[in-house]
Design a protein. Structure first.
Length: 286
């Protein structure tokens, strides 16, 4: 048994760049050449196979790859025997039913007897059955949103993110059937050796994810203001304090959420903090 893990990654398309970034941020040197469809990591026991996302769930279920990065929507559509090893938080979107903007929508019964265009027939069929709706499913592999406009269907079932593709095609979203994000899927029967490599990969991914949206902050504070300023900085545990050469002053280090950044900085300045430095964090390991 080879002590290496095989990961399936989308060759090109929306998942490719974020998948490659994730692997590189986990400290794994993986490169993709123009026509290279298999690549070996430099410093981690991993080979990558580059595939169309449609083929990734089956490749992982069959054990040709051990793990893979795919949208939850694609995983649900293919319904293969794979497990989610880690939710990845990128490529967030939803699968929704949409109808022409000009039409009234009374509820799901709208779809009774209608023709719906989609690239996700399995998920749609399940939804229609659960709602006791009989409709015709017309499978097309792309540009689904143009179907009603050209008379190919009455409605569509497709990926929505910002909603701008729907707007440009004079459609409105009427039912959200599933929410999706990129997930790391795994074959459920990995050998203990491969499981160990996967655990290490997940540990690294979690360290990168934890650091996302966080900043390291350094600031000089007058000693008599330490308690007040500490209360403004939730930090990892307690902020680190180092005495400064300047009498009566200390240097304080902590971690803040990027979202709270400007608000916290304003309050720190008001409380007497000076020389504030804010630095990106690459990884956080507890
Ligand atoms: N507009 C979007 N916003 C966010 N995520 C999206 C969006 N469109 C697609 N996704 C997610 O990215 C995945 C891949 O999308 P992409 O458009 O690259 O697929 P594809 O055209 O089927 O690619 P392939 O050529 O590999 O079959 C989708 O399955 C979905 O999970
Ligand atoms: O709600 P929005 O932000 O407009 O995103 C939704 C669109 O994004 C995806 O298409 P993509 O842009 O990847 O084009 P393609 O499927 O035609 O390749 C998806 O198939 C939708 O058409
Ligand atoms: Mg595809």
């Amino acid at each position: 048994m080879e002590n290496k893990i095989k990961i399936a990654i989308q060759t090109k398309g929306r998942l490719n760049e974020d998948s490659m970034n994730l692997i590189n941020e986990a400290g794994i040197g993986l490169s993709i050449g123009k026509r290279v469809l298999v690549s070996t990591a430099k410093n981690f026991p991993m080979d990558a196979l580059f595939l169309r996302d449609d083929d990734i769930p089956q490749t992982v279920a069959d054990g040709v790859a051990d793990i893979g990065v795919v949208g939850e929507n694609e995983m649900a559509e293919k319904d293969e025997n794979v497990v989610i090893a880690k939710r990845l938080g990128f490529s967030k979107c939803r699968l929704s039913l949409a109808i022409p903007k000009s039409m009234d929508y009374p509820g799901v019964e709208f779809f009774e007897g209608k023709k719906i265009a989609t690239s996700y027939p399995v998920i749609l069929k399940k939804f229609l059955e659960e709602n006791n709706i009989k409709a015709e499913i017309h499978v097309i592999s792309g540009s689904v949103e143009i179907a009603p406009g050209i008379g190919l269907a009455d409605a569509i079932f497709d990926i929505v993110s910002s909603g701008s593709t729907l707007v440009s095609n004079r459609l409105k979203e009427v039912e959200v059937v599933m929410k999706s994000e990129a997930v790391l899927i795994a074959n459920p029967n990995l050998s203990p050796e491969k499981q160990e490599i996967l655990d290490e990969l997940i540990f690294r991914i979690e360290s990168v994810q934890r650091a996302e949206g966080k900043k390291y902050i350094l600031l000089n504070v007058p000693n008599e203001k330490i308690n007040e300023i500490v209360s403004l900085l939730p930090g990892m545990k307690a902020p680190t304090l180092v005495p400064l050469a300047k009498e009566g002053w200390s240097s304080m280090h902590s971690v803040i959420e990027e979202d709270d950044f400007w608000e916290v900085i304003g309050r720190l300045k008001k409380a007497g903090a000076e020389g504030i430095l804010v630095i990106p964090i690459e990884k956080m390991i507890f």
